[in-house]
Design a protein around this ligand. Structure first.
Ligand code: ADP
Ligand code: MG
Length: 399
């Protein structure tokens, strides 16, 4: 089984007067794990259904394996779809659920009939091939022991695997998955996540995977397409999406705890100004423009009071809340002249213990915001290029 490429060009779709998809263009390489991620209602399922041929599009071009597929019936698209609800036949054993797509595709109606079916020439050879395909897929997924059970006798994870097996038996070039893990509990979800990635690597199949869960998107994908309001905002590798979000909505959506956004302005020299102080960072924005600074919680430097020294003065942070996760600590802080600006910091637990020991006041810390870590957006939320000023000094903790 090898994957097939998919190319979507300017796909549009509306229901009544509402535009659900606006000029969606996306190329998925053969064998790639592409994730469509975005908040609920942004149009992910609609796009997947259009790609599968289960829904009509208003405009645009679908190419599968380099061939225009707009007018292909779902069964001719070399695609299999796995839904959130597994949609297994409840009255059939797992074995028959797995065989059904092959029976429908390969046996004519008469051959599917009991008793008479055996009289149709070639039927028994085809049935043997189907049994072999079912055995093969069951082995790949480790569900051989479940073949005689009914869906009601399976756990959520097992049902999910059978649904996957049913998609696999026809050896499609492209797998479409719509939130396939969302019915599983957290522990199982993490396990199946890694299993799915391993399976995709082994099959070398093309996956178009839909989720609203940014952790799934970050951990599973070769590339991520972030969707907002019916449009694709950014397509990039997980690392790029995290470090260089193209848009403030992407920055906010990816990362947990979420990125900090601080209001800023642009000074006379084009430099970024935060809390009224010039930072050693220039942009192409005009003096007087409004801007927004994004800084990830792990990039917020926390130190015991007074031990932080820097070119840009450290901020006094008042602790609002401490979340101890065991290995790390998430601090919710108020900073800024009026102590009204909320900032979240994230640091290893051991570091936090040391800071606590060195502090005289348990409610106060020093907070460093290093301009090298700033992701700057303009007032509309588009990321802008930044350049460090040459004379900038790095923040340092004095030991
Ligand atoms: P997602 O999967 O990202 O949560 P959907 O693709 O299911 O989003 O839906 C996108 C938008 O289209 C939503 O606002 C939804 O209400 C609307 N929508 C989806 N299906 C229909 C339909 N059959 N008729 C009318 N509106 C629909
Ligand atoms: Mg959906």
């Amino acid at each position: 089984m090898t994957g097939t490429s998919v190319k979507l060009s300017k796909i549009s779709k509306g229901y009544g007067t509402s535009r659900v998809l606006r000029d969606i263009s996306l190329e998925v390489n053969a064998g790639e794990f592409m994730t469509l991620v975005g908040p609920s209602g942004c149009g992910k399922s609609t796009l997947l259904k259009i790609l599968a041929g289960l829904d009509q599009l208003d405009g645009g071009l679908i190419e599968i394996g380099g061939e225009t597929a707009n007018h292909f019936r779902p069964s001719k698209r070399n695609i299999a779809m796995v839904f959130q609800s597994y949609a297994l036949y409840p009255h059939m054993r797992v074995r028959d659920n797995l065989a059904m797509p092959l029976i429908m595709a390969n046996l004519p109606f008469a051959a599917r009939m009991p008793v008479i079916g055996g009289l149709v020439p070639g039927t028994s050879a085809k049935r043997r091939q189907i049994s072999a395909a079912v055995a093969d897929v069951s082995k790949t997924l480790g569900i051989e022991a479940l073949l005689e059970r009914k869906p009601s006798e399976l756990s959520g994870g097992q049902r999910q695997r059978v649904a996957l097996g049913r998609a696999m038996v026809r050896q499609p070039g492209v797998f479409l998955m719509d939130e396939p893990l969302s019915n599983l509990d957290a522990a199982l979800r993490a396990q199946v996540r890694t299993e799915l990635v391993e399976l995709q690597r082994r099959l070398k199949a093309t996956f178009v995977y839909v989720t609203h869960d940014q952790v799934e998107a970050m951990t599973m994908s070769d590339r991520i397409a972030v969707m907002m309001d019916g449009a694709i905002v950014q397509v990039a590798t997980p690392a790029e999406i995290y470090a260089a979000p193209a848009d403030i909505r992407v920055a906010r959506f990816i990362g947990s705890p979420p990125i900090n956004i601080l209001p800023a302005t642009i000074g006379d020299q084009g430099e970024v100004r935060l809390f009224g102080e010039s930072q050693s960072l220039r942009t192409d924005l005009m003096p007087g423009d409004q801007a927004q600074i994004g800084i990830r919680p792990e990039d917020v430097i926390v130190a015991a009071q007074t031990t932080l020294r820097s070119a840009c003065s450290p901020h006094e942070g008042r602790i609002r809340l401490i979340e101890n996760l065991g290995n790390e600590v998430i601090l919710h802080l108020y900073i800024g002249g009026d102590k009204q600006t909320e900032v979240t910091a994230r640091l290893p637990q051991r570091e936090w213990s040391a800071i606590r020991e060195g502090s005289s006041d348990p409610d106060l810390v020093s907070v460093g915001l290093s301009p090298q870590r700033f992701i700057v957006f303009d007032s509309t939320g588009s990321r802008v290029r930044t350049e460090e000023k040459r004379d900038s000094k790095r923040l340092e903790v004095v030991s």
